[in-house]
Design a protein around this ligand. Structure first.
Ligand SMILES: O=C(O)CCC(=O)C(=O)O
Ligand SMILES: [Fe+2]
Length: 509
């Protein structure tokens, strides 16, 4: 018995050795995992420290914003979850899950990509330039081939084959020529590219790309089928498939409205092309006004004429930084944004999480709002409907507002009915931020472009005294290219103006 026991124990000795080895391997693996986690923690700390030094500046850059969202969606799922996926990390996971609620999701990611594409279109930004970190003269992060590929894939998911092709070509240009490890990437790009060209009507180019793909991966079944299909299609069309041919330059897909003269003019004005000067520009003046109002007598307001027809002026410094801060903070909880302290100025600033959308908010019942209302009444000599809220907009990346009137047209029966206090007689549009690039308010019919200036307000009438709409007040907000744009809008209604701006039968007053 002793003998067998000893033999048994000897086996135990071997087992012990193996357990030691296994444990060591496990520890080694865990150590690697911990190293990765430590590096990750360091990355996050370093990145957030840099970005939080000036969040508006950082997030105001759409490429940074896109990359930040990508970090917490695609990169998170691909790179972070595999390291975290361990039950012993339950507690940590819960905490991360909690923080995760404030993080952007895949909807934000596709919104950010769409916004980037819009900026690219409106401002005629070259793909290579964006990828190299040049946003129309403002520098930004550069994009890797994988990031270009992701932008292509996100466009593909939106059936936007024009941008798919642009960004996949960009990713392709960045691949090394003959390196084997990149062949797989190249094959995937060719797959997307051939389909995108085909969808745009360039069957011949789609065929060329499919052949390239088959040269890399002869067993690619779909590519083989596509090749046969493309060849059949071309044969039926009587197109030679052997002729030399160049990569076609594909065109942006636009709907009818985007093709219209109005939209083209709007975008050209945003870029700074086309008509950029109002009639009688040399006769425009600046002056101080007080309207005999006691508050303004003490502190007159600077009025700058911008256009005579339609009448449009800018009032400078109508709101103080303090007031604008109040308004933004009022709006902030509703936006579900975090409030952070600017490390340079110490000022509270709103960090804009859902950056892909512009949000409209209403601010009422606050002493600052009441004070602003009084000031607007004094400056415009019009009566405000106090129940009418101050509308606040925070435009995020690519945030814009396409050409529109601020007044309701007679044909718009429903819009009229909902305007209980009458049509919008005038607009008082306050700029609550400077915008680094883009974000101008343009009036395409009169060649007027207003660049947001923090604290200044634009004021114009939307209606003649007859009540008829002034159609050349049509205006639009250009996409924000770089920076964050805040505006507050006060619409002034017909009701209450009977004595301040009496009706007239003359249509031109
Ligand atoms: O944000 C702008 O520049 C214009 C906004 C606007 O036109 C509006 O809110 O009606
Ligand atoms: Fe407007």
């Amino acid at each position: 018995e002793v003998f067998t026991s000893m033999a048994h124990l000897e086996a135990t000795l071997y087992a012990e050795r193996d357990i030691g080895l296994t444990l060591r391997k496990h520890v080694q693996k865990e150590r690697e995992r911990l190293n990765k986690l430590e590096k990750l923690a360091g990355d996050y700390e370093q990145h957030s420290r840099k970005a939080l030094a000036d969040p508006n500046y950082y997030l105001g850059n759409p490429v940074n914003a896109f990359l930040l969202i990508k970090r917490f969606t695609l990169d998170w799922d691909k790179e972070v979850l595999p390291i975290l996926g361990n039950n012993s990390w339950q507690d940590l996971n819960e905490e991360l899950q909690y923080a995760r609620q404030d993080l952007p999701n895949y909807e934000d990611l596709s919104g950010a990509a769409t916004a980037l594409m819009r900026l690219q279109d409106t401002y005629h930004l070259d793909t290579t330039q964006i990828a190299h970190g040049n946003l129309g003269g403002v520098s930004s992060s550069t994009l890797s081939d994988d990031e270009c590929f992701e932008l292509g894939r996100l466009s593909y998911n939106e059936d936007d084959f024009y941008h798919t092709a642009l960004w996949m070509e960009e990713a392709m240009d960045r691949l090394g020529k003959d390196e084997d490890e990149e062949q797989e990437k190249r094959a995937e790009l060719l797959d997307y590219l051939s389909f995108s060209y085909y969808k745009q009507g360039y069957t011949k180019h789609a065929l060329v790309l499919t052949k390239e793909l088959l040269a890399i991966d002869p067993s690619h079944e779909r590519a083989s089928n596509n090749k046969r299909y493309f060849e059949d299609t071309l044969r039926k069309q009587g197109v030679s498939i052997t002729d030399y041919h160049e990569r076609p330059s594909i065109k942006r897909q636009v709907d009818e409205y985007r093709e219209s003269q109005e939209f083209q003019t709007y975008e050209a004005m945003c870029r700074g092309e086309g008509k950029q000067k109002v009639k009688d520009a040399d006769k425009l003046r600046c002056r101080y006004i007080h309207n005999n109002d006691p508050t303004l007598l003490l502190q007159p307001v600077k009025e700058e004429q911008m256009s005579f027809d339609p009448w449009l002026v800018i009032y400078h410094d109508v709101l103080s930084d303090r007031e604008m801060n109040d308004i933004k903070l009022l709006a902030t909880p509703k936006l579900n944004r975090a409030t952070v302290q600017n490390s340079k100025t110490g000022e509270l600033e709103t960090a804009n999480y859902r950056i892909s959308k512009s949000a409209w908010l209403k601010a009422t019942d606050h002493p600052t709002v009441a004070k602003i209302n009084d000031r607007i009444e004094a400056v415009t000599k019009l009566e405000l409907d106090t129940a009418e809220e101050l509308q606040i907009a925070n435009y995020g990346m690519g945030g814009h507002y396409e050409p529109h009137f601020d007044f309701a047209r007679k044909e718009e029966k429903d819009a009229f009915k909902s305007l209980g206090t009458g049509n919008r007689i005038a607009t008082f549009l306050i700029y609550m931020s400077d915008v680094e690039a883009g974000g101008a308010t343009v009036f395409p019919y009169i060649g007027l472009k207003l660049h947001p200036k923090k604290g200044a307000a634009a004021f114009w009438y939307n209606l003649y005294k007859s009540g008829d709409g002034i159609y050349n007040t049509r205006h639009a907000a250009c996409p924000v290219l770089v920076g964050v744009k805040w505006v507050a809008n006060k619409w002034i209604h017909e009701r209450g103006q009977e004595f301040r701006r009496p009706c007239s039968i003359s249509p031109d007053e």
